[in-house]
Design a protein around this ligand. Sequence first.
Ligand SMILES: CC(C)(COP(=O)(O)OP(=O)(O)OC[C@H]1O[C@@H](n2cnc3c(N)ncnc32)[C@H](O)[C@@H]1OP(=O)(O)O)[C@@H](O)C(=O)NCCC(=O)NCCS
Length: 202
Amino acid sequence: MVRFYGSPDLETDRLILRKLELDDIQSVFDHWISDERISDNRVSAAHKTVDETKERVKKIVRGYESKAFCHWGIELKEEGELIGEIDLYDFDHSTGNCEVSYSLGFNWWNKGYGTEALKAVVEFAFVHMNVHKISAAHNTDNPASGRIMEKAGMEQEGIIRHMIRNAKGQYKDCAVYGILGEDYLRNRAQPNILKGIQDGTG
Ligand SMILES: CC(C)(COP(=O)(O)OP(=O)(O)OC[C@H]1O[C@@H](n2cnc3c(N)ncnc32)[C@H](O)[C@@H]1OP(=O)(O)O)[C@@H](O)C(=O)NCCC(=O)NCCS
């Protein structure tokens, strides 16, 4: 059975994964959610106004009232700058399976941050939350996302044609990836990828 701890701080070499706050609204808007280079690879449209972002962040902050809500802002440890977000969602209580999704601001792409954040969440999900399987899907024209899944130990399970229709009305083929907790724990080469888990869940 999945054990829920909410969204405790997760610390890696260069990042702190922490809860989003209302003070983050402008950074979320400026750094990724208003940018079509990010939204083109997701289902939701880029935000046109900060008010849209305000409603979304308010909803996320309300979500933290539930222990079963797992959504982190990705912050650079040294600079204290918020650069993206990552979440675990669609928990299926009969299987213990869930999905992962993530977005990083364009200025911070290809520096290894996406991989670092995904590895931290995968570690937390399997080692602490007892998740059974994590899945994700990326548009086949967004190979960077598949690459970070691979680097986090996920395997491609197939390609689903026209799996999504994006905000511009374009159908996209998606590559589906997954990783089983039992495989992750067996192959876990780096047991202490997380430097620390705060909020008393460590
Ligand atoms: C997907 C995303 C999170 C990746 O984050 P990131 O911090 O740039 O990822 P990393 O730097 O850790 O790794 C990127 C990898 O993709 C590779 N890559 C980048 N562009 C690529 C391309 N066009 N083709 C193939 N590989 C590519 C990089 O070389 C790197 O792999 P390597 O370390 O083996 O060289 C980021 O691009 C993003 O937010 N995209 C928009 C939103 C999105 O796609 N979300 C996921 C929806 S499924």
